[in-house]
Design a protein around this ligand. Structure first.
Ligand code: DAK
Length: 256
């Protein structure tokens, strides 16, 4: 149900349950968790790309058929499990790019939100329609969506269940780019190369400063920035980057 492949310098995770629009059963969630653990152990991977099998859906959300008839304790554990898996994605040592090829609803949008970046095809549709089922998002949507698009837009999507098409998603910053459906993977790889050509530890410091800083008051965020920018300065790659500037040549980063 989940395929993990290495393509050149990238790990590529595909949700492969197209007959149910790649809906997140608990089994698929477990496979995503195992795949993320595997990616975290891969020393030669420079970014993770995530997409859905088929042309119709990235992921239509939590498996609604599985969500019914569960006791409250299991339901609470289910929410915590999904949240913990998406937090792992958020905190992977490498950046991730969601390649959204169709519907990204509910848990599917929450999966994309936990990625560092999002690209989508022109037929992509984004939504948190849980309210239509008498539910609210349970895998991080109420927290990550407002941080990305602002409180008003997030509340509107969550409280009305309104979905957003690709062009609006790009306009409100929900996705970085809309790209052709043909060659989505190639577009994802080309996009990732814009940043993976730099020093991986330095990129990780930058990502941590921005992402963790979003959760902190600005004074603490600035402290975090001072610590992480000093750590970046101490790397050999920083020395190489500054030396290359003075010598008027391209730097050769070694991820150290
Ligand atoms: N779950 C299970 N099956 C799904 C599914 C889903 N989310 N979405 C689609 N499918 C299945 C359909 O049942 C259908 O299966 P068969 O009937 O053929 O067996 C197949 O995929 C094809 O779907 P459709 O026939 O419906 O395809 P259409 O093109 O007509 O419509 C659609 C596409 C995406 C508009 C429609 O399928 C749809 O509205 N799907 C549901 C989208 C949705 O509501 N997603 C949000 C799910 S709720 C929590 C944990 C998590 C959550 C909340 C709480 N706790 C633990 C507390 C999060 C909840 C969600 O994500």
């Amino acid at each position: 149900m989940v395929n993990l492949n290495i393509i050149e310098e990238f790990a590529c995770l595909t949700l492969d349950r197209p007959q149910a629009l790649n809906a997140l059963s608990f089994a698929i969630l477990g496979e995503i968790r195992d795949a993320l653990d595997e990616v975290a152990r891969m020393s030669d991977v420079r970014a993770l790309l995530i997409t859905g099998a088929g042309s119709k859906a990235f992921c239509a959300g939590a498996d609604i058929k599985e969500l019914r008839h569960r006791d409250l304790v299991s339901q609470r554990r289910g929410a915590e499990l999904g949240q913990a898996i998406f937090a792992r994605l958020d905190r992977l040592p490498v950046a991730s790019v969601a390649l959204v090829n169709g519907y990204a609803f509910g848990g599917g949008l929450e999966l994309a939100l936990a990625c560092t970046f999002r690209l989508c095809t022109p037929n992509a549709v984004f939504g948190l329609p849980e309210v239509k089922l008498g539910l609210i998002p349970g895998y991080g949507g109420t927290q990550r969506l407002p941080r990305l698009v602002g409180e008003g837009r997030a509340l509107e999507m969550i409280m009305t269940g309104r979905s957003v098409k690709a062009d609006e998603a790009e306009r409100i910053g929900l996705v970085q780019r809309v790209v052709d459906a043909d060659g989505l993977l190639a577009a994802g790889m080309a996009y990732a190369r814009h940043f993976t050509c730099y020093s991986l530890p330095v990129l990780e410091f930058a990502r941590r400063a921005v992402q963790r800083g979003m959760d902190l008051p600005i004074e603490q965020g600035l402290q975090l920035e001072a610590e992480l920018s000093t750590l970046a300065y101490r790397t050999e790659d920083a020395e190489e980057g500054m030396r290359a500037f003075e010598e008027k040549r391209s730097p050769e980063f070694k991820d150290g």
